[in-house]
Design a protein around this ligand. Structure first.
Ligand code: HEM
Length: 105
């Protein structure tokens, strides 16, 4: 379903402990998430990724992101992202709509 970016901003509160996104975003516990869709996994400059993430061969698009965010450790065994995942499809739709607002730097 088509996501709602405003609702996705609230879903992103679950990510904010570790991730920033937007004009002033910096890498933190996790990499900044600007320009996510269309980008190869593990390629934000200055962030120290796990080998598992860097070598995953994933390009982030809606399909790969959906699989990942439902169960990060299933999609990328060995990832250092410690997050149980988003289990509600509607929340995934909404967070995708939210993240799509932010292009690459
Ligand atoms: C990596 C999204 C929650 C820590 C990533 C990546 C994405 C992502 C797409 C891969 C980025 C890339 O390849 O450049 C999200 C979303 C979240 C969330 C949408 C919330 C729904 C969290 C939380 C934490 C976290 C809560 C910390 C407890 C990390 C770390 C990495 C990462 C450390 C790097 C993984 C590695 O190198 O193996 N996240 N994340 N994330 N995330 Fe998250």
């Amino acid at each position: 379903a088509e996501g709602d970016a405003a609702a996705g901003e609230k879903v992103f509160l679950k990510c904010r402990a570790c991730h920033q996104v937007g004009e002033t975003a910096k890498n933190a516990v996790g990499p900044k998430l600007n320009g996510l869709f269309g980008r190869k996994a593990g390629t934000i400059e200055g962030f120290s990724y796990s080998d598992a993430n860097k070598n995953s061969g994933i390009t982030w698009d809606e399909a790969t992101f959906r699989e990942y965010i439902k169960d990060p450790k299933a999609k990328i065994p060995g990832t250092k992202m410690v997050f149980v995942g988003l289990k509600v499809d509607r929340e995934i739709d909404d967070v995708i709509a939210y993240l799509k607002q932010f292009g690459p730097d």
